[in-house]
Design a protein. Sequence first.
Length: 190
Amino acid sequence: MSESLAARLEATVRRLSGEIGERHFRRAHALDAALGLIHEELDRSGVAATDHHFEVSGRRFSNVEVLVPSRSGASENACIVVGAHYDTVPGTPGADDNATGVAALLELARQLAHERFERSLRLVFFPNEEPPFFPDAGMGSAVYAAELRRAAVDVHTMKCSATTAIDQTASGIPQGFRSCTRTGATSSAS
Ligand SMILES: [Zn+2]
């Protein structure tokens, strides 16, 4: 790991867990600050991102998506989704769970956004992955998966063949990368 990469990862984890701290729907200003940090970091790296807004119990939340088109640009290419959640379990600053995942996904975005692969790549930052949302419909990843399913119905071509959640990367590899292969996005939270 280069020093600058290590420094970037550490700076993001420190800002999320130290400056912003506990971030979830009951601390909306902190959740918004985490969202702002994600956009700021992507902007700084010249990476375009789209907010996918949704409402739960009358409150607005955002999934942030970085779409890396496939080499051919054809939508029938199966995509790969890599996600990380930017909320925390209530009562914790969420350094390992999941500032580490956000930092890792930001780095993937920096390094991959301008590449082109056989499959399109969707890097997505999710809110609401922890209780009381987990494991129900208000989770950002569940909303996103529903969007993908609807899109697949519309265009008959889009299919996600793999999803990976980056979670608790400081806690060990087995928990750090969880992946599955199935149609539609799935999620894991811890
Ligand atoms: Zn987690």
